[in-house]
Write a protein that binds this ligand. Structure first.
Ligand code: 13P
Ligand code: SF4
Length: 303
C-alpha cells in the first residue's frame, strides 16, 4: 500500500475513533511523523494522562503502552504490535525482586519504567531516564533497590549519596556500545560533542559531554552552540534531532545501535491497529492500582 494512502486512512480513523497517536523517539521516522505526540518515556507518561481522547495508540514497546493503561484506565490503549517487548524489562522477575526486598527490608524499590506492571506494583516508586536521580534523591532512605538497569543504577549512584542496590539487567542496544566505538568516532569527528543515554556502560558515559534522556539529548543538541554531535543511543533519535535542529550534523555511534523491538511498528500495523482496535493493553486491576501508586509518586517528583 502506498504511504500517502496509509497516512490518509490513519488520519481518517483517528478522527472516527477519537484516538491519539503517541510515539517514542526510537520509532520508525514515518511513524513519528504521523504521531500526534513524540517524546521520551517521561513525557509520554505525562501525555497519556493529559490527553482526553477515548483511544491511545502507543507506537512503542509493551511497557510504554502498559504505563498508559495503568495511568489512564478509562481510555482504550492499543499497541499496534503486541510482540514489541523490551528485553531489559523482561530481565527482572517478581519472585527475584521479592527475595531482594526481603534481604533489604529498609530499602525502597525504585523501578525504571522499562519494567512490567507486576514489577511496578512491587515498587515504591518508578523513574525514567529523565528523572532517575531526582526520584532517588527524593526518598527518605539511605539505601535504595534499583531495577532492572544496572547501567542506569550506576549512573544514579555516581550522582547521589545514597547506596544503590542494583539489579543485573541491561539494555542490549545500549550495552553493546563500547568505549572503543566512542574513541574511534571522537577521533574521526574531533569537533563533535558526544551525547549519551544513561543506559550506556559507565566507561562509555565517562566520555560523554552530556548524559540525558532521549528528550534531554535533543534539548542539549538544539541549545548548544556546537554544530556536530556523536549520538550515543538508539539510531531512531537522529530523526527527532534533525527535526529539532536541522542545521546541525549527527553521527550515530554505531550501525548496531538499533532496538529491533522499537522498529516493529510500521504504518501498516498502525492502520491495522486503528481498523481492528487491536491490540488492547490490559492490566489486572489489583496490579494496576499498585503500579499506579508507584507511577503517581514518580509524576509528583519535580525535575
Ligand atoms: P527515554 O527515557 O529516554 O525515553 O528512554 C527509554 C528507553 O527505552 C531507552 O532505551
Ligand atoms: Fe528496551 Fe533498550 Fe529497546 Fe529501550 S532501547 S526499548 S531499553 S531494549
Amino acid at each position: 500500500m502506498q504511504q500517502s494512502y496509509l497516512i490518509k486512512r490513519i488520519q481518517e480513523l483517528k478522527v472516527k475513533r477519537n484516538a491519539v497517536i503517541l510515539s517514542h523517539y526510537y520509532s520508525r521516522p514515518e511513524v513519528q511523523d504521523v504521531a500526534d505526540f513524540v517524546g521520551d518515556s517521561l513525557a509520554l507518561s505525562q501525555e497519556a494522562v493529559r490527553q482526553d481522547a477515548d483511544v491511545i495508540v502507543f507506537c512503542g514497546v509493551h511497557f510504554m503502552g502498559e504505563s498508559a493503561a495503568i495511568l489512564s484506565p478509562k481510555k482504550t490503549v492499543l499497541l499496534p504490535e503486541i510482540d514489541a517487548t523490551c528485553p531489559m524489562a523482561d530481565m527482572v522477575d517478581v519472585e527475584g525482586l521479592k527475595r531482594l526486598k526481603e534481604k533489604h527490608p529498609d530499602a525502597p524499590v525504585v523501578s525504571y519504567v522499562n519494567s512490567s506492571a507486576a514489577i511496578k506494583a512491587e515498587s515504591y516508586i518508578c523513574c525514567t531516564s529523565a528523572n532517575a536521580v531526582e526520584v532517588v534523591n527524593s526518598l527518605d532512605a539511605d539505601e535504595v533497590i534499583f531495577v532492572p538497569d544496572k547501567n542506569l543504577a550506576a549512573y544514579v549512584a555516581s550522582r547521589t549519596d545514597k547506596k544503590i542496590i542494583p539489579w543485573e539487567g541491561h539494555c542490549p542496544t545500549h550495552h553493546q556500545i563500547l568505549r572503543d566505538d566512542v574513541l574511534k568516532m571522537k577521533e574521526k569527528h574531533p569537533l563533535a560533542k558526544f551525547i549519551a543515554h544513561p543506559e550506556c556502560r559507565p566507561d562509555v558515559l565517562e566520555l560523554a559531554d552530556c548524559v540525558a534522556s532521549t528528550r534531554g539529548m535533543i534539548m542539549y543538541a538544539k541549545n548548544s552552540p556546537v554544530r556536530e554531535f556523536i549520538i550515543g543511543t538508539e539510531c531512531g533519535l537522529i530523526h527527532g534531532l534533525h527535526k529539532a535542529a536541522p542545521e546541525k550534523t549527527y553521527y550515530c555511534i554505531s550501525e548496531f545501535a538499533c532496538c529491533p523491538s522499537m522498529k516493529m511498528v510500521n504504518l501498516e500495523k498502525l492502520l491495522d491497529s486503528l481498523e481492528k482496535m487491536q491490540h488492547v493493553v490490559t492490566v489486572p486491576e489489583d496490579v494496576r492500582v499498585r503500579a499506579k501508586e508507584a507511577l503517581d509518586r514518580m509524576l509528583a517528583v519535580k525535575v
